[in-house]
Design a protein around this ligand. Structure first.
Ligand code: UT7
Length: 322
């Protein structure tokens, strides 16, 4: 049992949809500008009182149902999130409690938009060493809770959501390889300057809101997503032609298109949910994966390349046979 294999996927988006037409009423922008520069037409926003754990629970239950498993079959829970319900305990422990599968390890991973890719890498290592047999791996964020709705450079991009997969130990891949990276020198290009230890007050100047130097992030994201894709493929003696589906972090339609072009990958082989999801941070990759599994594009045996990029900066890739 040397590999971790996906046996079920699930996704959940909050009911409330925010359109570009509504954003036109709130800030100095146009629907045309948003679509042209980002590709986003609508995004889902968590209802008041609806938390990251609520979204994660819905996505997890769907992934468990798709896998044909009960919560008690799960012995590891890892959630990629930057917007936990509480400072502590972690979302993962509260999800474990709600599902009723007590005792196994459960923890959150904070790698912003790369959170799910980080969580997959870690879960795969638990399974490969025999420490776990069946893992629930989730990317969930209520990122709009840390958005400044007066900042037109960020509020147009982000939405809320959750995606989940169930991984199981298997004799054959499964996850072929995964790689994680970070470079803290880029902190101030994409960050929330306030925090628990440094202090924050949502009514004052040190409010906990996302700040982003968008065009600078854009350039690094495109270069990095291309490089990480090529590195993991080369290390496994594969080429872009061997990839059936590229599932990149859904940051911006133009970032996705530029990445596909630089890789020489036809856009039809890339899963793109930016138009209807926006950027859901750690949820974006597993949500896109779930959409393409459920609509039948992704078939058993396909080679998938999941690539993430986010604040930190963090980035990473997971190469797998579905
Ligand atoms: O998830 C983690 C990674 N995050 C990302 O990958 C995000 C990466 N960045 C982006 O997606 C893009 O940089 C944005 C969509 C945020 C901005 O698009 P851009 O083409 O890079 O625009 P810009 O920031 O260079 O701004 C161009 C102009 C500016 O006006 P001036 O200074 O040229 O007069 C902005 O003020 O567009 C203006 N602008 C807007 N105009 C209308 C910025 N936001 C808006 C807006 N509506 N919402």
């Amino acid at each position: 049992m040397n590999y971790a294999r996906i046996i079920g996927t699930g996704g959940y988006l909050p009911e409330n949809v925010l359109t570009n037409a509504e954003l036109e009423q709130r800030i100095e922008t146009t629907a045309d500008w948003i679509v042209e520069r980002t590709g986003v037409e609508e995004r889902h926003i968590a209802a008041p009182g609806e938390t990251t754990c609520d979204l994660a629970e819905q996505a997890s239950r769907r992934a468990l149902a798709a896998a044909g498993l009960e919560p008690g079959d799960i012995d590891l829970i890892i959630i990629g999130t930057t917007t936990p319900d509480h400072v502590f305990p972690s979302v993962a422990t509260q999800l474990q409690h709600r599902l009723g599968c007590h005792g196994g390890p459960a923890f959150d991973v904070q790698a912003v938009c790369t959170g799910f890719v980080y969580a997959m890498d870690i879960a795969s290592r638990f399974i490969r060493t025999g420490a776990s047999r069946r893992a629930l791996v989730v990317g969930a964020d209520t990122f709009t809770r840390i958005i400044n709705w007066q900042d037109r450079g960020t509020c147009i991009l982000f939405g809320d959501g959750a995606g989940a997969v169930v991984l199981e130990a298997a004799d054959a891949p499964g996850i072929i390889d995964s790689r994680l990276h970070a470079d803290g020198r880029y902190k101030e290009l994409l960050w929330v300057p306030a925090g628990v230890s440094s202090g924050y007050d949502q009514t004052q100047q040190n409010a906990a809101f996302v700040e982003m130097r968008g065009s600078e992030v854009f350039k690094v994201a495109v270069t990095t997503l291309k490089e990480i894709s090529e590195q993991i493929l080369a290390a496994n003696h594969l080429t872009v032609a061997d990839v059936d589906w590229l599932i990149p972090h859904q940051a911006n339609r133009r970032i996705l298109a530029a990445t596909a072009k630089r890789l020489g990958l036809p856009e039809v082989k890339m899963v793109d949910c930016v138009r209807i999801h926006g950027n859901t941070s750690a949820a974006s990759v597993p949500l896109a994966l779930d959409v393409a599994v459920r609509d039948g594009r992704i078939q058993r045996g396909d080679t998938l390349l999941l690539v993430g990029f986010g604040g930190g900066f963090t980035w990473g890739a997971v190469l797998l046979k579905y």
